[in-house]
Design a protein around this ligand. Structure first.
Ligand code: ATP
Ligand code: MG
Length: 607
């Protein structure tokens, strides 16, 4: 009898400060009294609804101006994961308040990325997919309310004047000459802005907080600007658009978000986030209790760039083949490279969340991939740098040059239920070039021909096992006129076939992988390396293009065993000795095998 407590059915998730905050709020019932009308809306709208069935609400709020990258994956896993773990709901919200740069292609790609990662904005039978631009009417109404309460004014200073009167860390700002206008004057002016009576940039609506605040973000930050631009959702209806820092807290509040999680850069914005929500709650426009913002350290991954703008530059300037180039750290790129949703989730769990900046080593991501695929990926043999091996005594042993000797191997060594792979040994095989050395260094146990040693004594050709096959002994080498090795000769040792009683009669120090010339399938194999030569490609303002790795992609033609004939796009394999590979999602087809190397068997990143 052991008095150890039973293991929990579900392994406990590592505790982090965000979990601590949520657990504290749940215990205190902070958000228990909220109502939810089934859709986003203002205080009156929500008050008419039923008690909110979600214990917490989080959101993932991408701007649809590019493809999501591995940093966004961290935010997705975090927000959707917290909602899942605490009986909450996570919204997917497109933060499309900026009329420029936003495209349907990005909206579609972002939805696909979230779903592929294993998350769903549909919960409790309804969709929680929202667009911030649907809230423009409310944002405008809230701005008029702030003006009416004397909390906002139209400032007609030039951008230069505004910058100059803002002060800096050591100097308080000075009031704008327009700050003392009455609410009536401001309202009339703001409506003129809305009605298109003023030029782009001629004036802005500013909050009226404190030009001397030690937090520069509270020195009357702008709420609205004039910008004549066609919006993908609202067309030409508006020529004024809300500023991000004003729009974001409102979006959260209209959606009943309880825990608004963002990256550390927004820490200084939190007081303004609170100001906007507190004032609009006081004015009765937004439901209470209101959302709160919490910041965590963004993901920085070595050898990787996590900025949509810079990734877009790589695509636009054709340094890569597209957003889903297997070298790209976009979710689309990682997917095509062969990373699995499970591996990315595992990675995000392992790196955790913390309230500081840090760099995560790329090997952490690859480690998660290996841990995921080790138990899943069927094994196969492949030869990536082929050299022909000719078995000279084939006819002698098997009676016919045409004989093929059947061989088999488990699809997965630990999972017999996956069955076996069948292939055959013939008189000519493909082996790796580096499995042969004419003059071996000490400790080399693969193929080398008979030779004379330094002492003049004859050294026999090496004995090597062909994996799942026979033991062979190297007998010689065939060279062309230039002296280059064209083929290796060996003789097969009878009665040594793997799995037969005689297999161990002849001991070998080396085992090599091979495929049959008669049944191997040619394959285009794309070998990828890191995209940048520096661990922090854009650190310190460096031009990241100056450290692009010119050798980040190498294409070879190799041979794979016949079991790959049925490989479908996205199927993953572990090639013995080589690592993990995936059939390319776009270019692979039956009869035209195209493989991407995901990663090696061992950590190739650690220095
Ligand atoms: P980028 O600078 O690449 O455009 P962004 O933060 O502007 O990134 P958004 O579309 O605004 O991109 O991001 C959506 C969400 O993803 C935000 O909540 C943001 O905090 C989060 N996010 C973005 N990059 C990272 C990162 N590297 N690590 C963690 N979270 C991130
Ligand atoms: Mg952004």
């Amino acid at each position: 009898m052991s008095n150890k407590p039973p293991a929990p059915a579900v392994p406990a998730k590592p505790q982090n400060f965000l979990r601590g905050i949520i657990e504290r709020d749940l215990a205190a019932g902070t958000y228990a009294g909220r109502h939810w009308a089934g859709t986003p809306g203002d205080a009156a709208h929500q008050a008419a609804g039923a008690p909110d069935p979600a214990r917490i609400r989080t959101r993932f709020p991408p701007e649809p101006n590019g493809y999501l990258h591995v940093g966004h994956a961290k935010s997705i896993c975090l927000n959707f994961g917290l909602a899942r773990d605490y009986g909450g709901i996570c919204h997917l919200r497109f933060d499309d308040t900026n009329p420029e740069k936003e495209e349907q292609e990005y909206v579609d790609a972002i939805k696909a990325a979230v779903q592929w990662l294993g998350f769903d904005w549909k919960a409790q039978g309804t969709s929680h997919l929202f667009f911030a631009s649907d809230y423009f009417d409310f944002m405008y109404r809230a701005a008029e309310a702030l003006i009416g309460a004397g909390l906002a004014y139209v400032d007609e200073q030039t951008p230069e004047q505004m910058r100059a009167t803002r002060g800096d860390f050591n100097t308080p700002g000075t009031d704008s000459p327009f700050r003392a206008r009455t609410p009536e004057q401001n309202l009339a002016r703001f409506r003129e802005m809305r009605d298109g009576l003023h030029a782009d940039g001629a004036m802005v609506l500013r909050s009226k907080i404190d030009m001397a605040s030690p937090n520069i973000n509270l020195r009357d930050p702008a709420l609205y600007r004039i910008k004549r631009a066609t919006h993908h959702n609202t067309g030409d209806r508006w020529c004024i658009y809300p500023m991000y820092s004003y729009a974001h807290p409102i979006e959260d509040a209209l959606e009943n978000i309880s825990h608004s999680i963002c990256t550390l850069e927004f820490e200084d914005q939190r007081p303004f986030y609170d100001w906007v929500l507190d004032r609009l709650c006081e004015l009765g426009l937004l439901a209470q209790p209101r959302p709160h913002q919490y910041e965590f350290g963004r993901l920085n991954l070595t050898y990787v760039i996590t900025s949509k703008r810079k990734l877009k530059q790589l695509v636009d300037e054709k340094h890569v083949a597209g957003w889903d180039d297997p070298r790209m750290p976009t979710i689309a790129g990682l997917r095509r490279r062969g990373y699995t949703p499970e591996a990315i989730q595992l990675f995000c769990e392992r790196i955790g969340v913390a309230k500081d900046y840090s760099w995560i080593d790329y090997s952490t991501l690859d480690g998660a991939l290996r841990d995921d695929l080790e138990g899943k990926a069927p094994r196969a043999m492949a030869v990536l740098e082929p050299l022909k091996l000719i078995l000279t005594n084939w006819k002698e042993v098997f009676g016919s040059e045409a004989h093929l000797e059947p061989c088999s191997a488990p699809a997965h060594p630990q999972r017999p239920e996956l069955g076996t792979r069948d292939f055959s040994l013939g008189p000519e095989l493909w082996i790796e070039q580096d499995d042969f050395k004419e003059v071996p260094l000490k400790g080399y146990h693969r193929l080398s021909p008979p030779r004379f040693g330094d002492d003049g004594a004859k050294v026999e050709g090496t004995l090597v096992r062909l994996k799942y096959g026979y033991v062979v002994q190297c007998t010689g080498v065939k060279k062309n006129f230039a002296g280059e090795v064209e083929a290796v000769y060996a003789k097969l040792i009878p009665d040594t076939k793997s799995g037969t009683p005689g297999a161990d009669a002849v001991k070998t120090k080396g085992v090599i992988t091979w495929v049959g010339v008669h049944d191997a399938l040619p394959a285009e194999v794309r070998l990828y390396d890191r995209l940048f030569t520096e661990a922090q490609p854009d650190a310190g303002g460096r031009d990241f293009l100056s450290v692009l790795n010119p050798a980040s992609k190498k294409v070879v033609t190799g041979y794979v065993e016949p079991s790959l004939a049925s490989a479908k796009p996205d199927d993953k394999f572990q090639f013995e000795r080589h690592g993990y590979f995936v059939a390319d999602a776009k270019d692979h087809a039956p009869g035209a095998i195209v493989l991407n190397k995901i990663t090696g068997l061992k950590d190739g990143w650690a220095k």
